[in-house]
Design a protein around this ligand. Sequence first.
Ligand SMILES: [Zn+2]
Length: 331
Amino acid sequence: MANLEPVQLSGTVVKRASLHNKDQMDLLDIHIGDYVYVEKGGEIIPKITGVELSKRPADAQRPVFPACCPDCGTPLVRDPDEARHYCPNQESCPVQIKGRFIHFAGRKAMDILAGEATVEMLWSRGYIHTLPDLYSLTREQLISLDGWQEKSADNFLASLEASKQVPFERVLYALGIRHVGEQTAKTLARHFGSIDALMAASRDDLVQIEDIGGTVADAILAWSASDAARDCVERLRAAGLQMAVADTAESRLSDKLEGKTVVISGNFSISREAMKALIEAHGGKNAGSVSGKTAWLLAGEKAGPEKLKKAEKLGIPVISEADFRQLIESE
Ligand SMILES: [Zn+2]
């Protein structure tokens, strides 16, 4: 990633641009302080496509690539498929461990009230090292954190408790297995139904699933074979996390939203992920954008003006959280 002098480019201010990898940087022969050509394609982050050599300062230097991880000092390894370098010290590189906690606690994962600052503090105090350690944190340890009071500790503990109801597919995503994103986790959860079945799967079992390629299969196999993964899964299971798909009849609360597609926008009394789960539990489907197929736009506080406008244009009913609750709780 390159940091640029901010520049206005088709309607937005561009401050960063993608350089892809070292090969691409060598190809462009990029120097620090260069004037560059930037292109905005379909991606969110614009790309650097060329260098204006006539504007290069005489003393411009090539960027130096670190040979070792700046965080733990382990020599970096080049990923042959992706032409990028990474730190192979997965089990004890602090940045990677902290990153794993932040991912695990994320809203699309376990939805635990632990952002970067909290993870940093818990880590530096030596309270957490592997993911299951979160579930052994005590109220006293939490209250002792800088700026924490009883209320913040209780909120945190409540979010940990609530995470025990997070469905298996999100637990699987939260584990942070390489190449297993949100969608892949869903596919795997549906196919295997439990962590035990997934961990017992062979390469053939994996690659025959639609959307699972060799790279993903190999990443899963490498993960399942590691003692660290097995230990992590067993301790999370003991903590009460969902390690299998819940019986659908059990997780289904009603059919009141059967065949209805709901778009949500804004903030609600519960997290957005919990709201989506509630919609699904009543038989409804979630969609990210308003279209002719949308049954309702469920608008919370600070709902997106674009979505509201679109719903109005298409004549899609906009309902509040209170309306929605009435709808699902009606006899
Ligand atoms: Zn490292």
